[in-house]
Design a protein around this ligand. Sequence first.
Ligand SMILES: [Zn+2]
Length: 429
Amino acid sequence: MPDPFAPPPVPLSGGRLAIAPDVVEVRGKVTFEPSARAAAAFAEVRFRVEDPGGCPALDLRQDLDGLRLDGAALDVAAFAPVDLGGGAGAQMRVLDVEVPAGDHTVALDYQLAQPAAEGALPVEWRGGDGVRWDLWMSDLHPGRYLEMWVPAPLCHDRFALTLEVELAGTRRPHTVVTNGEVTVTARGWEVRFPAHFTSLSPMLVVAPTDEVEQRETTVALPGRRSPLAVRTVRHLDVDADLAACEADVAAWLAYLAQRYGPWAHGDAMTTFLWGPGRGMEYDGATTASVAALEHEVFHSWFGRGVKPARAGDGWIDEAWTSWATSTRRSEGPRFAADPLDLDGDPVELRPAHPWARFTPVGSYTAGARLFSGLAHLLGGPGPMRSAMAAWYRDNAGGLVTTDGLEAHLRSWSGVDIGPWWRRYVHGGR
Ligand SMILES: [Zn+2]
């Protein structure tokens, strides 16, 4: 059965087709050598191809040194970035080989450098014997999910990920903070992420232990039998009161579970505090500045508790989170409910191309404005939140679409929101 959220094949020269394979498992290994300021990486992707086969498209925003398909070496030029029509920066690496239907493995060798994606940051070396590394993803630009560091499919695809992280040539203790399961190995850690994760799920930060402060507490959540662990960490050079942040996170978690529905992740919420400008959500985790913290914790319900089925559906969680939280990016106060006429400028929040890979920045402003208008149509901010709570509970742990939310809001409210959707989501007139 083809994945209903996979983008359609794209014709290449010579009658061949670029296809989105079904990735089953990714295994990667990164060895940091701070004294040489170098990080060697290896990764293996196991994937399945449907009949009639084709040229598999994945992505990795690093330069390749070695490439093998099903054990046979290929020139690295056979896995080059190709424009599949998804817009600026949305190129995918397409194997220049037609593979038949069935199971295959592609293996890659490379050095971890600054990823070739807008806004990506390089590995940070700390004093010749230390390293600071954050996967630091973003929805705003193509290529800013796991594929910055490790080969990965588009974000509709769920796969198991195992990442070994090793340190070489240094005795300085380091700490790994992640939403995966960590096993200590002889030279580092093995981090296993569950098979329901997608390329936008994994959170991982590596830092010298002497540069971080950590706290851990628990919070009882409605709808959960055992208390949830609340792990809160900061870099010592980040100006934040860690105990105060921990208390805020615990309070938001309890509120969100009460208002919207049960926690959809594992046994911990993991927060890593960074300086101003950083804010990113993961499944039951965030790396964020203090100012962005409430917004990012909210995303563990909307954005990562229910995940966008395709990158193009990512506008929903930014628009809704901006409407429902205190956030610097939105223009008005939270819970606004103001009439929205149908004569405003049309806005496209959902990029139409199936290989598009970004969330329009207007999601935070025009998207929040749309929810304010919808709240007015639905009878106020209370009904608006109840409608979204019902949608969350129907889909918790699953992938959600723009069409699915429109259908839900119509049937929940009995209000025909179609004209607003057409104009302020799809940019129609
Ligand atoms: Zn956000």
